[in-house]
Design a protein around this ligand. Structure first.
Ligand code: SF4
Length: 363
C-alpha cells in the first residue's frame, strides 16, 4: 500500500471515530451549518474535516496533541503514537474587519484548505418549532455564541471573498442559507450574493438551498454567477426523513427529483449535488440505491458520515461505524464511475472539496 493510501485511510478512520483534542479549541468552531465541531487535519495532500470538539468524540480511541508551534499535532491511538498531521494556519483574511467593525471571520470562514464558506441567513424556518426542526442541525448555535452574524449582506460577502482570494488563495465559495419563509427557499438572497461576489472577484460559487417553488430560479442563480448547486436530501428513506427532519420532509422526494432534473439542465451534468448523511438510520442498500438513482440523473451524491453535534437532539446518537462507511463508499464510488461523475469536474462546492467524507478516494 502506498503512503497516499495510508494517509487517506487514516484520515477516513479519524473522521468516523472523531478525535479527542488535547489542546485549546483554537481555530475550530462550535455549532453552525456544515462541519461543526470539526478541525481540518492534513496529511500530505489530503485534508479531512475531523470531528473533535463534540461529546461523541470523547469515546474515540484516537487523540490529538498539538505541538508547541501549533502547526502540527501528534495522533495517538489508545496512547500509542501513530502519526503526525498538519493543522491549518489562521487565514490572513481573519485579521480584517468591515468599516463598521464586523470581523471578516464572522461573515465567512475557511473550510478545509481552500474553501470559503458562509451561511447567508443564520436562521431557518424549520427551527421555529422544535417539532419540525432538523434534529442534526446546529445553525443557531454559532449565532448564539456570537461567532457569526444573522444576515450576511452581499457587499460584506463580496469584500470578504475578495480578501480571501487575495490573501489566502481560496479556490471556491460555498454559500448556504437557513431556509426563509419565502417560497424561493433562499434562492433570491443567494442570487444577490452571487452577483455581488462575481462582480468583485473571480471565484467559482456553489449555492445550497432547498428546492425553490419555481424552477426558473435555477436560471436566475446561474445568471447571477452560481456555478454549481447543492440541494441536500440528508436522509433518503421516507421513515428516516419524517423522524429526523419532519419539517424538511414536507418537501416530498418527488419534488427533489423534479428539481434535480431541472437544475441539471441548467448547471450541467455533475454540477448539481446533494449531501447524504450516513448513520441517521438509512440502510446501506437504501443509500447505495439512492446514490445510483441520483448519479444516473447527473447529480453527485455526496455521502458523508453523520457527526452528532452537541446541543442538538442527536447529540447522543451513535456515530456511523467505520465498517459501514467502508462498505458504502465503494458502492457509491461505483455509481459515480458508471455515470461519469468526478469531484474534480465540479466547479465549486462540498463535493468538490470532499473534506467531510472519504468518498473522493473511491471515485
Ligand atoms: S465538504 Fe468542504 S466545503 Fe463542504 S462543509 Fe465540508 S469542509 Fe466545508
Amino acid at each position: 500500500m502506498n503512503s497516499q493510501v495510508i494517509a487517506s485511510d487514516l484520515l477516513a478512520e479519524l473522521q468516523c471515530h472523531g478525535v479527542r483534542w488535547q489542546g485549546a479549541d483554537g481555530l475550530a468552531r462550535k455549532g453552525g451549518a456544515g462541519p461543526s465541531d470539526h478541525k481540518a487535519l492534513s496529511l500530505g495532500e489530503h485534508t479531512a474535516m475531523v470531528p473533535m470538539l463534540n461529546t461523541a468524540s470523547l469515546d474515540s480511541p484516537y487523540s490529538a496533541v498539538p505541538d508547541a508551534s501549533g502547526a502540527q499535532a501528534l495522533i495517538f491511538r489508545e496512547g500509542h503514537e501513530i502519526g503526525r498531521v498538519e493543522l491549518p494556519r489562521v487565514p490572513r483574511f481573519y485579521g480584517l474587519s468591515t468599516d463598521d467593525g464586523i470581523p471578516y471571520w464572522k461573515i465567512a470562514t475557511l473550510h478545509s484548505r481552500d474553501v470559503l464558506a458562509t451561511t447567508l441567513l443564520q436562521h431557518c424556518i424549520r427551527k421555529n418549532d422544535t417539532a419540525s426542526a432538523c434534529q442534526f442541525c446546529a445553525i443557531d448555535q454559532s449565532l448564539a455564541a456570537g461567532k457569526t452574524i444573522a444576515r450576511k449582506r452581499p457587499a460584506q460577502l463580496a469584500a470578504v471573498a475578495k480578501a480571501a482570494v487575495a490573501l489566502d488563495g481560496v479556490k471556491h465559495l460555498v454559500m448556504t442559507t437557513g431556509t426563509p419563509q419565502t417560497p424561493d427557499r433562499g434562492a433570491a438572497i443567494l442570487c444577490e450574493s452571487a452577483a455581488a461576489v462575481s462582480a468583485a472577484v473571480e471565484l467559482p460559487i456553489q449555492a445550497q438551498c432547498e428546492p425553490p417553488d419555481d424552477d426558473r430560479w435555477f436560471t436566475r442563480l446561474k445568471d447571477s454567477g452560481v456555478d454549481s448547486l447543492g440541494m441536500h436530501l440528508e436522509a433518503v428513506t421516507d421513515s428516516v426523513r419524517q423522524r429526523i427532519m419532519p419539517g424538511k420532509a414536507e418537501v416530498p422526494l418527488t419534488r427533489y427529483f423534479s428539481a434535480f432534473e431541472a437544475a441539471v439542465k441548467v448547471f450541467g451534468h455533475g454540477q448539481v449535488s446533494t449531501y447524504i448523511l450516513a448513520g441517521l438510520g438509512d440502510s446501506e442498500d437504501a443509500i447505495a440505491a439512492m446514490s445510483e438513482r441520483l448519479a444516473a440523473l447527473g447529480v453527485y451524491p455526496f455521502v458523508v458520515p453523520f457527526v452528532p453535534i452537541d446541543g442538538t437532539p442527536l447529540a447522543g446518537h451513535p456515530k456511523p461505524d467505520s465498517a459501514f462507511m467502508q462498505r458504502l463508499y465503494p458502492r457509491v464510488g461505483a455509481s459515480l464511475r458508471r455515470h461519469g461523475l468526478h469531484s474534480e469536474q465540479i466547479k465549486a462546492g462540498c463535493a468538490k472539496c470532499g473534506a467531510c467524507s472519504a468518498l473522493k478516494r473511491h471515485e
